[in-house]
Structures are given as structure tokens and as C-alpha cells.
Ligand binder design. Structure first.
Ligand code: HEM
Length: 510
């Protein structure tokens, strides 16, 4: 069977920067000039900014900000300027963090300064401000993050394992992987093809990706533009934003209504949202505002689409003998097998290292001026964690572009202690769904390996065709669809997979 790992095409908006400037040229130039000059003169600290490419007078480094695979350019900057790099787009200061040491120093040891997110009016305009990951470092973020943590901390994440395994078995039988979060969050069973909820999330995530790249939206650079009407030339972003907002609101509302409707009809499957809404009913609505429950659940739902690492894994399939040796061929793997499968562990780490799904993480921002290693980092600066540069650091991962799980073993054949998955980010904003995501990705790798052989596709003449692996360019980097061959390893393996259809989901059953 052929595998296809990306969502449908979604119309996107071409953020026509020159036109936007044209329509408001004179007032804008004044604002621009003031902003650029004040940011230029703004470093009154007497301490230099970190090194970086030379900025132009007004636009700064705008001309050097790439739209295609920007992490490669920024990693190249690391080799030219070092582990901490400064650039500027108009008045916006941007700091690139290219090493794990600096990421730990700033995002963890100085997390009280480095845990904000950059202001991006386009995020509000397209209706994504409900998302915990995009909220500024405020009391509202704390409230949403607390509830999220309550639902996804390690002990809670362990209780979702039965449903994760059930859905991974569904996946083995050919269904879509995103079904796991839909079942845990909303008790909703995803349709194998053209599922309405899945399509909604894929469309909304694609729109976010188009709207969130630094330099992609004129309105992010000039918040004043958000007040201009959509009919003005160059202000088409308003129509794009309205379209996105509708889609984003639907993405939050439709699955939430599904749970409420089922609760009313008393046909509700157990789910995180149902449990939280029940707690609310018991406590007379005082437990958590419904808005928070709705936003947190939609953040998780969107998260699952944003960050699937599995497309890469299918490209990088490796040996299956460890599974056969450790658990035999008479059953599929379980979570309890994890400590006995070091090679699968190494494979998992390498999948997460080799092609991090968010190569530039999610941008942080500073809430106060700071000085680091003799460099000035101003309040309000955007801080990019260049995860790609860290996971492709040759001094730690020799031949970083080569997929090689063996790098995670010591010379004695033991797993080494490099078990921190940098792909989940850093500090107070570290991925809050990481325990669940880690379990899902690990279990999918182990399960697929135990049951299937994945190989290059063959052409009509029976010759293997090379895979030209191309990754998408947004803030989220997924492999573009590619052909490969996926076949059950044996009749026994096929029977084991088919038999999983008989299993009864145990999730939260009382
Ligand atoms: C392989 C899967 C995943 C990867 C690689 C990943 C990666 C990331 C990264 C890099 C960040 C930004 C961290 C930072 O700011 O330094 C993040 C944040 C976040 N992730 Fe994940 N993620 C994954 C799965 C998930 C899942 C399944 C969920 C939901 C259940 C989720 C929910 C979140 C949330 C809510 C945040 C924002 C946290 C905040 O800003 O306070 N993630 N993730």
C-alpha cells in the first residue's frame, strides 16, 4: 500500500508585502522610520548586541529572512556568527539561540525573563489566540497551562495508554494516526477517510503555519495595519484572517458541542472534556470556565496535527530483529516492553533528532532587558530556539544529516544518557503534551516495526524507486507525500493486526 502523510491542500493567502506598504505608504514610512531609528538608537545599555548579519537602515535584515527552510539559513549563521546571533526586522529584535548550553541558560535558568511569546497581531486576527502555546506570559496563560498540565502530566498521560494502544492498532489497520487525541480528548472516533474534524484541524493548522512565519505577514511587523479595512489594496490579509478565524472557531466549537450533545443524550463516551465538564456540573460551574476547557482541548487537538513525527519515521525504517528477539512474533508490543527494547528507543531518539517537526521551536520573547555573556538582549526581543542547529551540532552528533540510531549507544553497546528530546522545546514553555506525544511516537514505531516491512516502492518494471524526500517550509516541517511499500511481515503478523479489531477499548472504563 502507498503511504501519504500530509493533509489536504488549503487555500493560503499571499501576504503581499509591497502592496501593503503602497496603500499606507506615507504614514507607514513615518512610523517605520521612527521605529527603526528608535530601535537602532534603543541600545543605550552601552553593551553590544550579539554578533549577526549587518542590518540595513530601515528594514534591518528583512532581505535575508528566508521563506524556504529558514532553519538551514539560521544554522549557517551559527557557523558564521556563533551560538548566539542577533538580527533585526524593522524595529523587531531577534535573537537566535543555536546551542543547548545557551538554551538551558536562557530558557531554563532565566525562565522568569524568557518565557513570553512575541506579539503577533495576525495570530489574534485569525482566531488562534485561544491556543495556550501562542498566549503571552500572563495569568491567562498560567490558568490554561495549569489545566493542560493536569490533563497531560506523566501520571495522567499513563492513564491514556490503553486508548493510545487501541488507536495505534487502528492505525496499523490503516486508519489515521490523529485519532488518538480525538478519542482521549472528546471520546470521538475518527472516520477512516474525509473525517470532518480532521479536515477542520488540518485546514486551521495550515492557515496558522502560513500566518505565523517571521516576516510572512506585514501586519505582524506593523500592528497598525490590523485597523485598515480589507478592501484597501494590499490589505487582503483581513479577508484571509476572517476566513481563518471562522475555520479556527469551528475547529474549537464543533468537537466541544459533540461532547456536550452526547452528555445531554447520555450517550457520552469517557473523555477528558466530558470529565472536566462533569466536574464543572458537580461544582456548579465553578471548577473551570467552559471557555478554558474548550480552548485547552482544542489546543491539544491542534497539537496532535501540528507535530506528528511519524512521516519521518516511515522514511527511516530500520531493523525488526530486536522486537522478534525480545517479545517474539506471537504478540504486538506493549508499553511495558519499552525498557527491554533499547534499539527501538535509539530509533525513537533519532527520529526526533534527525528531522525535528518544529525545527525552530516556538518563538519565546523577553519581558525585561538582559545581558548574557557580555551581549545585550532587549526587553520584547523575539528569541528563536534553533532546535535544528542543536540537533545537527556536529560536535555532538557527527554526520548529523545521516539517520543513524547507533549514535545513541555507548561503545559497550548500552544506551547512552542522551535522552532529552530537544524537539519538545525548553523552560516554562516546554511542550506540555510531551509525555503523551513521547508514548504515542514510541508505541507507533514499535508496533509498526513489529507488524510491517516498509521498503522503497517499486516501479512497473519492478525496480525500487528512490525517495526524494522534501520537507514543508512553514514553522512546522513535515515530509511531503512520498511513495513507499508497506506490507505485513508475515501471515502471523497480519493475523495479530486483524485480531486487534476485536479488542475492547478500555480507556477510563469504570
Ligand atoms: C512529537 C510531538 C510533539 C512535538 C515535537 C512538540 C513540540 C513542541 C515544541 C517545540 C513546543 C514549544 C516549546 C517552547 O516554547 O520552547 C511545544 C509546545 C506545546 N505543545 Fe507540543 N509537541 C508535540 C506534541 C504535542 C501534543 C500531542 C500536544 C497536545 C496534547 C502538545 C501541546 C503543546 C502545547 C499546549 C504547547 C505550548 C506550551 C506553552 O506555550 O506553554 N504538543 N510543543
Amino acid at each position: 500500500m502507498a503511504a501519504n502523510f500530509t493533509g489536504p491542500h488549503v487555500p493560503s493567502f499571499d501576504m503581499d508585502f509591497p502592496n501593503a506598504l503602497l496603500c499606507v505608504a506615507i504614514p507607514l514610512l513615518v512610523v517605520l522610520g521612527v521605529k527603526a531609528v528608535s530601535s537602532w538608537l534603543g541600545n543605550s545599555s552601552g553593551v553590544p548586541f550579539p554578533p549577526g548579519p549587518a542590518p540595513r537602515f530601515i528594514t534591518g535584515n528583512l532581505h535575508e529572512i528566508p521563506t524556504k527552510q529558514p532553519w538551514l539559513t539560521y544554522t549557517d549563521w551559527k557557523s558564521r556568527y556563533g551560538d548566539i546571533v542577533y538580527a533585526r526586522i524593522f524595529g523587531q529584535h531577534i535573537i537566535f539561540v543555536n546551542s543547548l548550553k545557551i538554551a538551558t541558560d536562557l530558557f531554563e535558568k532565566r525562565s522568569h525573563i524568557y518565557s513570553d511569546r512575541p506579539a503577533a497581531p495576525m495570530i489574534d486576527l485569525i482566531g488562534w489566540d485561544f491556543n495556550v502555546g501562542l498566549m503571552p506570559y500572563t495569568e491567562k496563560w498560567r490558568q490554561h497551562r495549569r489545566l493542560f498540565q493536569q490533563c497531560f502530566r506523566p501520571d495522567a498521560a499513563r492513564t491514556y495508554r490503553p486508548i493510545q494502544m487501541t488507536k495505534i492498532h487502528d492505525f496499523l489497520r490503516g486508519l489515521v494516526g490523529a485519532a488518538i487525541i480525538m478519542a482521549t480528548m472528546y471520546g470521538y472516533q475518527v472516520e477512516p477517510i474525509e473525517d470532518h474534524f480532521v479536515t477542520l484541524a488540518e485546514e486551521a493548522v495550515k492557515m496558522l503555519s502560513d500566518a505565523a512565519l517571521p516576516g510572512a505577514a506585514a501586519v505582524n511587523a506593523f500592528p497598525l495595519l490590523r485597523h485598515l479595512p480589507g478592501w484597501l489594496p494590499g490589505c487582503g490579509f483581513q479577508n484571509f484572517a476572517a476566513e481563518c478565524r471562522k475555520c479556527t472557531e469551528e475547529m474549537q466549537q464543533v468537537p466541544f458541542d459533540f461532547v456536550k450533545e452526547n452528555m445531554r443524550e447520555k450517550t457520552c463516551a469517557k473523555s477528558i472534556v466530558a470529565t472536566l465538564l462533569e466536574a464543572n456540573q458537580v461544582e456548579g460551574g465553578s471548577y473551570q470556565p467552559e471557555q478554558v476547557i474548550k480552548a485547552v482541548s482544542a489546543t491539544a487537538y491542534a497539537g496532535a496535527f501540528t507535530v506528528s513525527s511519524l512521516g519521518t519515521f516511515f522514511y527511516a525504517m530500520a531493523a525488526q530483529s530486536e522486537i522478534d528477539n525480545v517479545i517474539g512474533t506471537h504478540r504486538l508490543p506493549e508499553f511495558e516492553d519499552r525498557p527491554s527494547l533499547p534499539y527501538i528507543e535509539a530509533l525513537y531518539r533519532e527520529v526526533m533528532r534527525w528531522k525535528p517537526v518544529l525545527p525552530l521551536g516556538a518563538a519565546h520573547a523577553t519581558i525585561a532587558d538582559d545581558i548574557y555573556e557580555g551581549y545585550f538582549i532587549p526587553k520584547g526581543a523575539t528569541i528563536i530556539s534553533n532546535i535544528w542547529a542543536m540537533t545537527h551540532d556536529e560536535s555532538i552528533y557527527p554526520e548529523p544529516d545521516r539517520f543513524n540510531p547507533d549514535r545513541f549507544f555507548t561503545a559497550d553497546g548500552e544506551l547512552n544518557d542522551d535522552d532529552t528530546v530537544l524537539a519538545f522545546g525548553f523552560g516554562r514553555r516546554i511542550c506540555v503534551g510531551r509525555h503523551t506525544a513521547d508514548a504515542t511516537v514510541w508505541a507507533t514505531i514499535a508496533s509498526v516495526l513489529s507488524a510491517f516491512t516498509i521498503a522503497k516502492a517499486k516501479d512497473e518494471a519492478g525496480n525500487e524507486t528512490d525517495i526524494d524526500l522534501v520537507y514543508s517550509d512553514g514553522i512546522i516541517s513535515h515530509p511531503q507525500p512520498f511513495q513507499c511499500s508497506i506490507a505485513p511481515r508475515s501471515e502471523l503478523a497480519q493475523n495479530l493486526v486483524e485480531a486487534t479489531a476485536e479488542a475492547i477499548p478500555m480507556y477510563l472504563s469504570s
